[in-house]
Structures are given as C-alpha cells and as structure tokens.
Design a protein around this ligand. Sequence first.
Ligand SMILES: [Zn+2]
Length: 430
Amino acid sequence: MISMINLLRKALVPLLAAGVIVATISCQVPIGPRPMPPYQGGPVVQPRPPHQIPVSLPPGPTQPIPPPQPNPQQTAQVQFLSMVPLLIGADGITVRGSDRPLMPPYVNSLIKMPFPSRVAYRDVRVQFQPVQAFRNTPVRWQFKALGGKLRGSLPGGTPILSTPPGSRIPFNRLDANATTLVRISLPPIGLNRGQLSVTSIADSRVGSALEMVVPAVVVIDPGHGGSSNLAGSSFNNARSPSGVLEKTLALDYGRNLAQAVSQTFYSRGLPVQVALTRDRDINVTGRNRATLAKNLRADTFVTVHFNGFNGQARGTLQVQRNAAGGNVNLAEDNRLANRIVDSVVGAFKRFDPGAKKRNPVVLSTSVSNDKSLGNSAGHHPIRHAYLEMEFIDNPAVDHLLNGPYKHQVRSTTVVAMAQAIYDDIVNHRG
Ligand SMILES: [Zn+2]
C-alpha cells in the first residue's frame, strides 16, 4: 500500500531540495458530512434509508436451558464499516474520519496511485448484520458506472472489484464476523464515478451500495515570479501603465482561481485536489512546473500569464504547443484552452466591451512539454492550457484589471474559469 504522504513527499521533496519550487495543495478532498449540493432543478435526491429487511433467524439447537432468544424480527442490514487507506489533507497529514464510508447522496473519494500507475483505488470493509445470521455465507459484489460509461481503462488484468484485494475474482464469503473486504479500482480519470454494491447470495433482499468517485486533480500555474530568470521562466515580462507586474497579477489570479475551482467542485459534493506551482513571489523553472503536475497526477494543468505588446493590442489567447512541437494530445489541450479562453472573454466582456478572443500563438514552451508532463502518445492523462489573459500594457486593460472594479472583475473571471475547468473534466472522454 503506498501512502499518499510518501507519494506527496516523492513528488515534492526533489523539487524542494532543488530549492526552486514550493507547491501548496490548497485544498483536499473533503471528508465527513458535507452540506447538501445546492438544488439545481430536477428531482431532489433524498438520502436513502439504511437497507433493512426483517429476517427469521435459524432455530437454535434443542436444549434444556434455552439461551437468550434473539428477536426473530431483528432486521437484517448491511453496514459499510471502513475504507483504507486514509485520505491525506492539505498539510500532508491523514484526514481524520476519512476511513468512514459516507452513504448516498454523498460520494466517497478513491485515491490515485502514483504516476505512472493507471489505477485509483480504495479497500472497503462491510459487515452483514445480524452477524449470527450471515456469518460464513457468500455475498456478491457489483459495480455500476454512474454518469455514463467509465472513461479510460485499467491496466491489463486489473479487475474493477477484487476480493480479497489483489485477487481476480469479485466474489467472497463472509468471515465468522460476517465481514468481508473488497478493493475497488477505477481508471484514474477525474470524476470517474460509480456505485459499489454488495448483496447476500443467501438472501438477495439484503444488500447495500456506496458511491465512489476518482477525485479531480487541478494544478494552477501562475507564470513568472521572483527576481531571477530561470530555464523556461523569466521572472517577469509585462507591466501595466499603473505599474502592476505580470508576475503579481498572475499569482493573484492563480490563487483566486485555485479557490474558485475548489468551490466549484465542493458545491456539487465532488472531491478535488487543487495545487499551485507557486503560492508566493518566487520563480520556478518551466520543467519543474510541468513535473509537479505530473507527480500530482493532474487531470488539468492551467498556466496563467498576462500579455504585453505595443500598448494597444487587446484580447485573450492560448499559447499552443502544436503537434509539430511534440504535443501528443493537441485536440484535448485545445478543447480545454478554448473553454477557458471563452470563459475569460465572457467574464471580461461583462465589464469591458473591448474584451475579445484572439487566435492561438504557437510556441513550444518548456512548461507545455509532454515528456515533462508524463504524456505519451499511448497515455496522456494531463491536459494543459496556457493562457495569456489580456494585454496589461494597454491602458483600458489596466483599468479593467487594476481599476476600481478589479475585485469584481477578478472574482467573476475566476468563477467562470473554474466552471470551464469543471466542464472539461466532466466531459473528458479519455
Ligand atoms: Zn508571461
């Protein structure tokens, strides 16, 4: 079992040791009772009651002194007892209570194994009650994908369900305590989701189900930073007429975007991990930014820059690494980038009619290098969008982004961007 702590250490320590990167997991999979997702039309999902069916217990042996009689109408039920491993929080410490399974309508988070493993998994323990009625009886585990088919595939031979964990057969006999354990493994694509159910073979009326989901992982990459130029990352490029530096605005938007992404997922009751390649005024090499996204097993990697040119140019655009530059998943990157560019333009337009979308600029930046991202032709788990948000050397843009409405503009924009990122993950067909 590979712990998430080790995994995060492996991901971060080399970079920290190199003295060039600080990554902050700004939030983690929320565990424990969460607020209901807001009502958004359609039927309201009510929490289901625990599955309870009356059963008759087998008669005890005839004996002169009767033992205490079990209640023959004692209800049969299934209780999900625990899940391992525990989730890891923003501080790298295990999340207390994350071993407790949550019943529908809540969903339980799986854990992505380290790169390049293609599995997200969790082991779930269940007990049938009353114990004396079900001990040593057989049960059947089943899995049903929710929200369409499962996306991606598991490594050859890996079953979705295995009992005991690691075996090949989704079938088990309860032990003397009427418990058993199943491992659920799904392709590690953010928001792959399904229902895990278990039923008594002796009495098919007795069963229960849990919902499981692969957490989405989003890495936000504010461009530039610090005071020295590094490989693939100068410390600053553009500057606004009012004196705001591109690196400062990129960090400001990046931090706020990270929060907006968390909020967008949590408001739907869905787990997400959000990380920043930098959360303060330091620079990071282009390659280390990409490597962080790889090591955190990101679904989505979003690089945020602001542009500068001749003081007059306007518009929002994507910096695109094309197929000739070695981009193995250009179409996926373009879909993500277009969604985000459109969301930025739409948000800016609410405050400034001069906002517009520009054509992509083709450039092979090191932050978009698929080898650093861990993408290959046969397996490309990360989609990258590299944005130039606007030309901040234009006085109208300076007024838009740094003027009296700057907070409203920023919050409107990052909320729209977060929605675009969510839409891309939900609709991705990897
Ligand atoms: Zn830049």
